[in-house]
Structure formats: C-alpha cells, structure tokens
Ligand binder design. Structure first.
Ligand code: ADP
Ligand code: MG
Length: 156
C-alpha cells in the first residue's frame, strides 16, 4: 500500500459548482497513484464536476473530462498520474459491470487513479485498501453535501 496516499475524509457543504470542483481538486492534489474513488449521488449531483476538479488536481485540463456514459471508460494520460474515468450509469447492476470495463486490468496500474461514477452499480467487488467513497447529496440549485469516507472503514 502506498503510504503517501491520503485523501482527507469528512463532510463538506458545497454552495455552487466551483466549490464542488475545488473539493475534487483538493482530492486530486493529494493522490499518489493506485487510488480508487467511488462516486455516488443522483443524476446531476455533481459527480462529473467533482471529477473535473480532481483532474485539475492531477494537472489535467478539466475541459477534457466529460461523463463517459457511452464509452464506459475514458483515459487521460497528460497529467501527473493517469486518470481512468468510468461511468457505470448505463450498466446493469452487479460485479459484471466491473468486468465489462476490465477493472482488474485498470487496478493493476499503480501510476493510475480510477474514478468511478455510479459506483453503486458495481455491486460487491474486491477493491484495493486505497479506496474512498465520495457521496454527493443534493441536486438542482440546492447546496450539496460531499461526504468522503475510506471504503475499508465501512467494509472491514
Ligand atoms: P452528475 O455527474 O452527478 O450527474 P454533473 O456534475 O454532470 O452531475 O452535473 C451537476 C450539475 O449541477 C451541473 O450542471 C452544475 O452546474 C450543477 N450544480 C449546481 N450547484 C452545484 C453544486 N453545489 N455542486 C455541483 N454541481 C452543482
Ligand atoms: Mg456524471
């Protein structure tokens, strides 16, 4: 396990898209490679906005990041670390989703970071200890609650 990998956990309120972007950027700046971020929250919660910020924190152009709803996985290799951005929205629930995107293969890349939108569609799947859950609550014009927890804390 990479000792340098340490994502700050906690709950924050975001009043606008910029604050959600900044929350993502702070996470992106703290990543060392090998981390998995499981994003959940309703359609329009801000998962992609958060991912754009995270990309910026890796030195990527956030404008290059969009929901990979049709491709399932987008790879961004121009930053400090490689970013794999997945969106499981269109997949049926269960571990088959993870196999559909060959997640095992992505996980073996230690210089990569994996961000998964609609991670709840993945079902039970063996993930590395450096896995965090990012839940975004709220939609529309409402403020968002961004809750970041370490996945192992709730599952071990
Ligand atoms: P998701 O990927 O979760 O479906 P998106 O990131 O694509 O959601 O879209 C979120 C939408 O909500 C954007 O249009 C954004 O401008 C809007 N929005 C309004 N307030 C916020 C906020 N506090 N945080 C994030 N997005 C917000
Ligand atoms: Mg999205």
């Amino acid at each position: 396990m990479n000792a340098a990998a340490s994502v700050q956990t906690g709950t924050w309120t975001s009043h606008n898209p910029e604050e959600t972007f900044d929350a993502g950027r702070r996470v992106g700046e703290s990543l060392a490679g090998g981390e998995v971020l499981l994003l959940s929250g309703t359609l329009g919660a801000g998962k992609t906005v958060f991912t754009k910020g995270l990309a910026a924190g890796l030195g990527l152009d956030p404008a290059e990041v969009s929901s990979p709803s049709f491709t399932l996985v987008n790879r961004h290799a121009e930053g400090r670390l490689v970013l794999y951005h997945l969106d499981l929205y269109r997949l049926a629930e269960g571990p088959a989703s993870a196999h559909a995107v060959e997640l095992d293969e992505l996980l073996s890349d230690e210089r990569a970071v994996i961000v998964i939108e609609w991670a709840e569609r993945m079902g039970r799947y063996r993930l590395p200890p450096t896995t965090w859950r990012v839940h975004i609550e709220g939609d529309g014009e409402d403020p968002r609650r961004i809750n970041i927890t370490r996945a192992a804390d709730s599952e071990s």
